[in-house]
Write a protein that binds this ligand. Structure first.
Ligand SMILES: CC(C)(COP(=O)(O)OP(=O)(O)OC[C@H]1O[C@@H](n2cnc3c(N)ncnc32)[C@H](O)[C@@H]1OP(=O)(O)O)[C@@H](O)C(=O)NCCC(=O)NCCS
Length: 155
């Protein structure tokens, strides 16, 4: 059975770190000092458990007034069972409930199709982070119209 838990940055993050360590540090060779950062303290985290074992995680935070998702990870043996979708959709709902019109992510290039399936669209040029090629992507609140914030045109 799946269970979801929300954590503040000041809570014990060891279940989230456990998943992130397996996925990013062991599987993707990201240096641990890059994997754990100061953003963790200001972020809100989600952990998905199967039979009380942490198997998926992700975080959401605000930077320069913009909402960002990040550190989305599912243990290899639990992938392709829509756990990642549950993580991302839960984080998006949280951001939209808090009033975000748009939510951004620095997505690893090789998983951009996963993010497209949950509503993200790519923008800008690819760039490198922690030695891995990334692309910026954004998801928009379902009822948000770009024109909501566009300056009125003068005739
Ligand atoms: C990316 C990741 C979180 C996806 O988690 P997951 O639980 O396997 O994803 P889901 O099962 O919810 O997949 C949802 C859909 O996206 C597709 N998908 C999943 N991973 C994909 C990938 N790497 N490339 C393309 N499509 C992918 C699935 O096939 C599924 O398609 P469907 O709806 O047609 O069946 C997981 O593969 C992972 O942890 N990868 C390593 C860490 C990583 O790269 N994180 C992203 C950092 S930006």
């Amino acid at each position: 059975m799946l269970r979801v838990k929300w954590l503040k940055g000041t809570d014990d993050l060891s279940d989230a770190y456990n998943v992130r360590f397996q996925v990013f540090v062991k599987e993707q060779n990201v240096p641990i000092q890059l994997e754990m950062d100061d953003t963790d303290k200001i972020a809100q985290h989600i952990v998905v458990y199967r039979n009380n074992k942490p198997i998926g995680t992700g975080r959401i935070f605000v930077q320069d007034g913009k909402y960002y998702l990040g550190r989305i990870a599912v243990l290899r043996e639990y992938r392709e069972q829509h756990v990642g979708t549950l993580v991302v959709k839960s984080l998006l709902k949280e951001a939209f409930d808090k009033g975000a019109d748009e939510v951004h992510i620095h997505a690893q290039i090789q998983v951009q199709d996963f993010y497209k399936k949950v509503g993200f669209v790519p923008y800008g040029k690819p760039f490198y982070e922690a030695g891995i090629e990334h692309i910026s992507m954004a998801a928009y609140r379902p009822d948000f119209k770009i024109t909501d914030t566009a300056p009125s045109s003068e005739t």
